[in-house]
Design a protein around this ligand. Structure first.
Ligand code: GCU
Length: 434
């Protein structure tokens, strides 16, 4: 594989401008829709959910072993065949880590900061991503760590003025970024979504990398990232989410090597499409100890069988269809035929702790669908000897349900805010700390 050729958009082909336009319009549609109210539950059509405890051959899952040995692998296979495509490789032999910087007195001395090159091909000119890791200095010994991909570059997650402006593709989550190139004006622009000080003060580490460095979020950019190793072409070829999820596991490969990271307590975190990614990463890679789904929506933890908000036909549309395998298109306007759904994804996290964060005005993600999915997955947690989502009613905004499948509804729009993180830290103190 040869990443040195650069992105297509760097060559400024006219076609990519058009594509960019489509992506921006789609993003605008997504945002606008996210402000729609969730709708009256009584009016929402809900198709029969995938039964988590019945195998495809009709036999019933009765024991933890049945789940572990039969139903869990079956669901993973159904996701691979129909939605995310197959992840054809694990850790490449060539994988290499290069610590580019270790700053022991970051953030006024409260944190140790590392920048680590994760070189998928083992060489600087090859495919790679940079991990930004902050560890709390006030804690001795290994700490639990939240790790999630970001949209617009590591330097947007914190206002620290000595992080480099990246030259890889950035998405432009809430602002238009000309040519998808980051610049100094974006420094710290998403710091409220990544409240480092609050997280570090509670004794957790925080790690992030930019998904656009792994693979630009545009159609037909697969060759730039890990998907080049098994190029798309088959109905079950991995989509971009599969590639980004694979990269999350490579970050975990590094985190496992750091003596101050408790490798058994790394939680996968992700917002929106990156929440879908975090869920799929942790479903496949059981080294992730927990998952925080931040408004992961349809195609994430929400229920596509609940016809409210985004439809599969939206997810398979031209601007974002590359997130999934080609066969997923089969389910556009045909959610009844889906063999997997958000409740299956949530169940694949079991018995590990899962926190579902929703927003009351995020109708596109269907927050009640996210709640009902967690409720449904509870059956698997219980089969495995753990509590599920311990409330029957969809809670009011602002109330944390801190069971093993946790739930928090924030009043407001599709976003991640310090309030979400306060709920997350309260929940994590119970489920991620020893
Ligand atoms: C669009 C898309 C959603 C996705 C969101 C995002 O709105 O339709 O499924 O979650 O983008 O990732 O920002």
């Amino acid at each position: 594989m040869d990443a040195d050729r650069g992105f297509q958009f760097r060559r400024r082909r006219p076609v990519s401008i058009r594509r960019l336009g489509i992506a921006l319009v789609a993003a605008a549609i997504g945002c606008a829709s996210a402000e729609d109210p969730p709708g009256d539950a009584a009016e929402v059509e809900t198709l029969p959910l995938v039964d988590l405890l019945v195998l495809a051959d009709g036999s019933v899952v009765e024991t933890a072993e049945d789940w572990r040995d039969r139903r869990r692998p079956e669901l993973l296979e159904l996701f691979a065949a129909n939605m995310h495509g197959r992840t054809p490789i694990g850790r490449p032999e060539s994988l290499r880590f290069v610590v580019r910087e270790e700053k022991p007195d970051a953030r006024s001395g409260s944190a140790t900061r590392l920048r680590v090159g994760i070189l998928f091909e083992g060489r600087e000119g090859g495919r790679r991503m940079e991990l930004l890791l902050h560890l709390p200095n006030q804690v001795e010994g290994p700490v639990p760590v939240f790790f999630g991909l970001n949209f617009d570059g590591n330097f947007t997650t914190t206002a620290e003025d000595d992080l480099p402006v990246p030259d890889h593709y950035v998405q432009g989550l809430y602002q238009k970024v000309p040519d998808h190139r980051a610049d100094e004006s974006m420094r710290g622009c998403h710091a409220s979504m990544w409240p480092h000080d609050a997280i570090l003060a509670r004794g957790y580490g925080l790690a992030t990398a930019c998904y656009g460095e792994v693979e630009p979020d545009l159609p037909r950019q697969w060759w730039h990232g890990p998907r080049v190793l098994a190029p798309p072409g088959e109905p079950d070829s991995w989509g971009a989410i599969g590639g980004w999820a694979w990269a999350m596991s490579r970050a975990l490969d590094y985190l496992e090597t750091h003596p101050r990271v408790d490798a058994g307590r790394v939680a996968a975190v992700g917002f929106s499409r990156l929440g879908k990614t975090a869920m799929w990463a942790a479903a496949q890679d059981e080294r992730f100890a927990a998952v925080i789904s931040q408004n992961s929506g349809k195609g994430g933890v929400s229920l596509s069988k609940r016809i409210s908000g985004e439809r599969v036909s939206n997810l398979t549309g031209t601007s974002i269809g590359h997130w999934f395998c080609p066969r997923y298109r089969r389910f556009a306007d045909n959610e009844a035929a889906l063999p997997v759904d958000g409740n299956c994804l949530a169940a694949l996290i079991a018995p590990r702790p899962l926190l579902i964060l929703s927003a009351s005005e995020d109708g596109w993600s269907d927050p009640e669908g996210e709640f009902l999915s967690g409720r449904s997955a509870g059956a698997v947690y219980e089969l495995l000897g753990h509590e599920g989502l311990e409330t029957e009613e969809w809670p009011e905004p602002g109330v944390l349900v801190d069971s093993r499948v946790g739930y928090y509804l924030r009043r407001g729009k599709h976003n991640v805010t310090p309030e979400d993180w306060r709920a997350t830290l309260d929940w994590a103190d119970r489920h991620l700390k020893r």
